[in-house]
Design a protein around this ligand. Structure first.
Ligand code: GTP
Ligand code: MG
Length: 454
């Protein structure tokens, strides 16, 4: 994890490289601290001049974060939150206080900002990296605690097992499926740079010693233009009232759109706790603006967490927050089950994923994959699949000159299927035109896009 917390009373910033438990810090050291500012006095990073007691060995964990670097000649440990040269580097009066654990790893450091009258450092740009803490009202015993103990305090009481459904909702392309895969540490659901990738909700089950989280990856909510789109939006919306926790996923690199406003309104109707998940913090904002306030205003939210699903940053904090909001309950799935999707459906989806990657314009959205045959043969698992398109002209494109496109789709998908199934596969791939299937109820039913409980 990498996160920053800000204690406004004491004007201190704490930069975390690892999860810090109360009592896990066994040594401290100090180093001269500097802040990186952009031309508008916005904080965009920091550096510490390390003495010779601290070596690269102590920084192994810290250096795993892409924003952290160490120059062994100058002995500067730098945290650059954005890919840009600072307009100004200012030295702080107070040294940075660094915390080390019992294996001498740097856990994080604390910086004391100057008083506002001395230097007005702006903090809006670091907001995506900020973590917020429980309010004292929720946890009255915590009032005296420091931020680090508040955040990672060990529970001395018997911990009750928690379980429940966690809906991942948001507009298309914000990274819901990427997040599900990152939570589970493997590919459960397909992902693509094109919107409308997920069509049917997929469950991913994460079981820990303390909880079972059943994530429901939903189709992006949008303005449907055909019956398939209406089905997708309906499926996504049904996941909300059934959820024990609703995660509203947004792309922090862009301002909220009308769709975000609409989805926020729908999630506000849920009685379940609602978490605002600010994704794509690794991606610079397209217009250079921080959008956090605008997303906050779509709330109120019970919690907000900034993450990068792609870089797998901030996920531990998000899981902890979700667990905290889940009801006490027992396991709903066996602890070794990670999804409710059958291998057949997953294989068909992996073929559709390749079509999404390799074709353009309307074709990716006009494709549905059917499993015609699935049979154990001598040394391979044989599967015959049909790629349905909407028109003969699309069929010609998916097949390509001398079958070249179909070959590319098939060979890339076969590799992925073999990886998922962990055995050799013979993939027999066909293409068929099924006129305007996206608006035909019979075809939709036949292709599996029928109402089901999420
Ligand atoms: N830079 C960056 N890209 C991301 C991140 N998360 C997802 N993406 C990219 O965003 C694109 C869409 O990701 P998906 O996970 O398919 O998005 P989705 O919300 O499930 O989209 P739909 O299924 O269409 O609703 C892909 O190209 C991902 O690689 C992130 O944290 N950072
Ligand atoms: Mg998706």
């Amino acid at each position: 994890m990498f996160a920053i917390s800000f204690d406004s009373d004491n004007r201190t910033l704490y930069w975390y490289f690892t999860e810090i438990m109360a009592g896990s810090t066994t040594a401290e050291d100090e180093g001269t601290a500097f802040l990186y500012l952009d031309a508008a006095q916005q904080l965009i990073g920091a550096q510490i001049a390390l003495d010779y007691d601290t070596t690269e060995h102590n920084l192994t964990g810290a250096l795993e974060h892409p924003v952290v670097s160490f120059d062994s000649d100058t002995r500067i440990l730098a945290i650059r939150l954005f890919d840009e040269t600072p307009a100004e580097t200012i030295e702080l009066v107070e040294p940075a206080v660094m915390d080390f654990d019992d294996s001498e790893q740097l856990q994080g450091f604390e910086l004391q900002l100057p008083a506002i009258e001395q230097l007005d450092v702006q903090l809006e740009r670091i907001v995506p990296f900020l973590v917020t803490f429980d309010s004292p009202a929720e946890d009255p015993d915590d009032v005296e605690r420091t931020p680090e103990t508040q955040m990672f305090a060990p529970n001395t009481e018997e911990v009750a097992f928690r379980s429940g459904f966690v809906a991942l909702v948001g507009k298309p392309n914000v990274g819901k499926s990427t997040l599900l895969n990152a939570f589970l540490g493997r590919k459960i659901t397909i992902v693509s740079p094109k919107p409308h990738t997920t069509r049917i909700p997929v469950r991913g089950i994460l079981t820990t010693p303390a909880a079972q989280l059943i994530f429901v990856d939903t189709p992006g909510i949008h303005d449907p233009r055909n019956k398939l789109g209406s089905f997708m939006v309906d499926q996504a919306q049904r996941a909300i009232p059934d959820a024990d926790v609703v995660c509203f996923i947004v792309d922090i690199s862009a301002p909220p759109s009308r769709l975000d406003e609409r989805i926020a309104t729908i999630t506000r109707r849920s009685r379940a706790p609602r978490i605002l998940v600010l994704n794509k913090t690794d991606q610079p904002s397209r217009d250079g603006q921080p959008h956090l306030e605008a997303y906050r205003e779509l709330g109120p939210w019970d919690m907000e967490v900034a993450i990068s699903a792609l870089q797998e940053e901030g996920l531990d904090i998000l899981v902890d927050e979700i667990v905290r909001h889940l009801p006490i309950g027992t396991r709903l799935y066996p602890s070794d089950q990670i999804t409710d999707q059958s291998m057949r459906d997953h294989a068909a989806e992996l073929i559709r994923e390749q079509v999404l990657h390799l074709t353009e314009q309307e074709i990716p959205h006009s494709v549905a994959v059917e499993v015609d045959e699935w049979e154990e043969r001598e040394r391979v698992l044989y599967m015959r699949m049909t790629i349905n398109v909407e028109r003969e002209s699309q069929k010609a494109i998916v097949i390509g000159a001398k079958g070249a496109m179909l070959k590319r789709i098939g060979s890339a998908a076969r590799k992925q299927i073999e990886e998922a199934i962990e055995r050799p596969v013979y993939l027999d791939l066909w293409v068929k035109a099924r006129t305007n299937w996206r608006d035909d109820p019979t075809s939709l039913h036949w292709l599996g896009y029928t109402k089901r409980k999420t």
